[in-house]
Unconditional design. Structure first.
Length: 137
């Protein structure tokens, strides 16, 4: 978030404290003006707007599943918000968001499998310990 704010300040020539206020303000009109002043592509505005709304709604606060699940939920929310956009630029943005969504899903699946393997190792270690205890008795 700090990198995003710093980039907006640099691109718009607006002081960082004002940029931070616009980014974190629930009144989205200030952010829209900042976004335009920064010269960012209009087609990507809905993606940034939705990502900030998700941040304000607490979507970035930790939950079961960790960062990969948060990343996937964020990307899917932004993708849903942008799915109605039309045009060549929008098609490129949607393709990029879909790739992010697929990668986030893969990462979440990988972490889920890692957790399953770790759980299986713990169960196997517990069973080996119990077997050793029985053999010693």
């Amino acid at each position: 978030m700090v990198l995003f704010e710093e980039a907006l300040a640099e691109l718009s020539s607006i002081p960082i404290d004002r940029v931070t206020a616009y980014v974190h303000d629930k009144n989205i009109s200030g952010f829209r003006a900042l976004y335009r002043e920064a010269g960012l592509p209009e087609v990507a505005y809905p993606a940034f707007r939705e990502a900030l709304a998700a941040m304000r709604a607490g979507l970035l606060i930790g939950e079961q599943g960790g960062a990969s699940r948060l990343k996937r939920r964020m990307v899917e929310r932004v993708l849903d918000a942008c799915s109605h956009e039309r045009g060549e630029e929008a098609a490129s943005l949607l393709a990029l968001l879909r790739r992010f969504s697929v990668e986030a899903a893969r990462e979440e699946a990988r972490l889920f499998c890692d957790d399953l393997v770790a759980d299986a190792c713990i169960i196997q270690a517990d069973q080996s310990y119990a077997d050793a205890q029985l053999a010693a008795a």
